[in-house]
Design a protein around this ligand. Sequence first.
Ligand code: FAD
Length: 527
Amino acid sequence: MKLIVRNLKLSLDDDIDVLKRFVSKKIKVNEKDFKNFRIVKESIDARKRPFINLVYSVTLEIEGKIKIKESADVGILEQEPEKVLVPGNIKLKNRPVVIGTGPAGLFAGLVLAQNGYRPLILERGECVEKRTQAVDRYWATGELDPETNVQFGEGGAGTFSDGKLTTRINDRRCSTVLEEFYKSGAHEEILYKAKPHIGSDVLKKVVSNMRNRIIEYGGEVRFNSKVTSIIVKNASLAGIVVNDSDEIPCEVAVLAIGHSARDTFKMLLDKGVGFVQKPFSIGVRIEHPQEMIDRAQYGEAAGHPKLGAADYQLFQKIGDRTVYSFCMCPGGIVVASASEPGMIVTNGMSEFARDRENANSALVVSVEPGDFGSDHPLAGIDFQRKWERLAFDAGGSCNWAPIQRLGDFIEGRKSTSLGIVKPSYTGGTNLTDIHSCLPAFVTDSMKKAIPYFDSKIKGFGMKDAVITGVETRTSSPVRIPRGDTLEAIGIKGLYPAGEGAGYAGGIVSAAVDGIRIAERIISTYSY
Ligand code: FAD
């Protein structure tokens, strides 16, 4: 019999071994009879500070005839039958193509490869090893490679990230994503922590291990291979063109190009792929001392090794706008994330240890298609570009990012010096007034929300916090509508997937969408 036991509370000083004793007491079975005892969830409960608990759920098996009283905390787990994918009837002449190696493309490629479809995976940027060198060069010199950068290259947009694996979607495939990341080298704790994160240092290894696993299963991965055109015949995909020269025939392609492939969006629009405008959010990165965030969240227990660096999530309605924290990176750094020259874009990243001095998070305000100033399907991209260019200008037109002390921002004056918080931005910075590179409704909403956030996280509104502009790539500014078959409307065989298509937001949901598309291809076609 397999059981799940929930709500097991340990104090920070308890040894993890006492868990078995607690379970034994709860289900009235001797510890010696436990088999395959496994922690499946660990979360921090800091609601009744100064008492902070770690709360666990575990699963275990018990042999023999033992009566178990089920309750809210104790349940008997039924063995779920394994889901078998049955290939469809339509025979593919060519192997499926996957465009992009972000989470959506990698997971679509992995599932297709595991099922014998030998996918061809095309990535415009470099492999993760060479990509890391290109990104380091950009951060050190400002020399941007438009094909290999923080947005493009093996692993996709999240490779230089915190690798947070939290998601709001509830899909059976989420656990597959975590298990495959673990099999590819992520720490085991991602399988049970309530807020798992891989860390950028580990994520790079995970991505290259996933590539090798795809190749072992029979797939092929080509880097420096940008899809520059698609061939459509009789409203069906017939092939794709790579680097303006190589024509690859294919009837099925997964379009997992992320939210920053602006040139590819334009090419697809010109080729008749449908696009619609989509809301997203823009703003800045904000940095505080991590110690201060730890204290605000954990009180006297701040710094306890079992707690790690604290995070936060903030949200406030200001009129018809929403101001919120996004992609918070505890103990992380702010990274230069542009993908086009003459523009500045920020984002955040942490290593597994999350041990840097500052906490950073995007502080963003919702924008709607009505703000774009045009009905053109790609107007959201022009809107992003406008503020990214102005940020470039505000940084001194030399690939430096504009930064400002929060106190100066609130009082509406240019910063001339920093306080106790030193910016962690991975490139040069210019002290200035960030109002010049964001719409007034964004800066006004941010200013109004800060006192609310300060009441939730003590010190959030500190004058010395540093803001860095601009954060514009929070999610895709477009959606590529899909029909019931998950194909792009009007183009049979073209499967938009992940964040760029507007069907995901974040690593896990993009990966889940990639799996969903692979499953659909498998159940429709055989190869
Ligand atoms: P992407 O990851 O963007 O992948 C698209 C891929 O397609 C890229 O590799 C690109 O090079 C390739 N491509 C584009 N055009 C072409 C073409 N024409 N031909 C061939 N290849 C092409 N999310 C989280 O959940 N947790 C985090 O901690 C987190 N941190 C982040 C930090 C940073 C710095 C960034 C930039 C993003 C972060 N995100 C995070 C967001 C997350 O990375 C994305 O939601 C996710 O990567 C989207 O996955 P995707 O596969 O849809 O697209």
